[in-house]
Design a binder for this molecule. Sequence first.
Ligand code: ACO
Length: 423
Amino acid sequence: MAETITIIDDRTGKKVTVPLRDGVFPSSALRELDPDLRMYDPAFLSTAACESSITYIDGEAGILRYRGYPIEQLAEKSTYLEVAYLLLNGELPTSSELEKWNYDVIHHTMIHENMRKRFVDGFHYDAHPMGMFVSAVAALGTFYPESKDIFNPGSLEKQILRLIAKVPTLAAMCYRFSSGLPFVSPNNSMSYPENFLNMMFRLGDDHTVDPRLTKAMDLLFMLHADHEQNCGTTAMRVVASSHADPYSAMSAASSALYGPLHGGANEAAINMLTEIGSIDNVEAFVKSVKAGHGKLQGFGHRVYKNYDPRAAIIKKAAYDVFDVTGKNPLLDIALKLEDVALSDDYFISRKLYPNVDFYSGLIYQALGFPIEMFTVLFAIPRTVGWLSHFSELLKDDAQKISRPRQWYTGVDKRDYLAINKRQ
Ligand code: ACO
């Protein structure tokens, strides 16, 4: 039997019955009842702003799938670039498609010299790498005027390829600048994650990247590739809805990611663990959080009311990295903190579990990344998620320019008062 929902306007007795599909009903039902009706939904808690076939999350069950494939299977068997292809195209590539895709990405990693000499070199010496990244992504678009032609499929495809290929180069450039190190050019003989680690950390000719660390980097990229309508992706879609170019939209999405409640939480989580300092201080710290002094960074999620599946995978992978780098001393504090929180009624009743940011920082730190780079490390792989949503939105006939309505609660009309008459 088809499911429906009936909404009655008690003021008039008028009722409207509309279909309910997957628990979603169209807001046109409200407009049918009364075109001036508004639903008050701050932070979009109950609003599905689009149809999407990219990523599926069941927050209660702790399930995450890209294009139907469970994240656990992709994490075990795939690579970031294969996952990127999947997210963008909807299907896993054949071996020839994958070979071409890998080749194309690797051969678009170079960045125009002026980007470094004129733009990146212009930042203040202690600029935050994420602040640099956000502006550099927007600036990169000015090198490709054709990027404004978003309804030309060939041009859009080229910008998508460019962005995915160039963000690691841009990120490494921002890091090397803020560390006063010479820029390392991309190396076409290396894989995507290896090339990134090389551009980040190369100090001399004998520099090599341990393949186990490359694998961990690739895994982290896969896990961060998309996460449906989060704050950053919503920013991407809202800007895209005005038909801005993908670089400008991605700069907005990166800005949203920068915030400590979103992608900035991995940085905040490491700062928190450092501040706790010892496992002996964990219980007192948790007590202070319960008393309202701050939050457990890397805990809680708008959608997951269960263990974030990405956190579970990262927690396991951390040990492989620590085999190479030595254990991050903050790991024991993190494990104890998780243990204490998950047996405490405050966290149990609110369904607060570790999210992706709780353990990722420990690996990033062990790999040698400074804390300020953590959110940039999130932005690199999320590029493909943002761009997949950009493309999906442009093909969606139901979409228009994003323009939510408001509930005006300010003062009613009043007349202008001359300055000498004001109290
Ligand atoms: N530590 C302690 N208490 C928390 C935490 C936390 N990390 N997160 C939520 N709570 C409490 C809230 O105080 C609230 O309690 P109350 O009901 O007594 O008022 C309750 O749990 C519900 O929390 P909300 O803030 O309503 O949840 P919301 O869905 O709005 O926020 C968010 C989700 C922003 C992720 C929140 O859990 C948080 O701030 N976590 C810490 C920052 C973080 O880790 N962000 C990364 C998220 S994942 C990502 O973006 C990649």
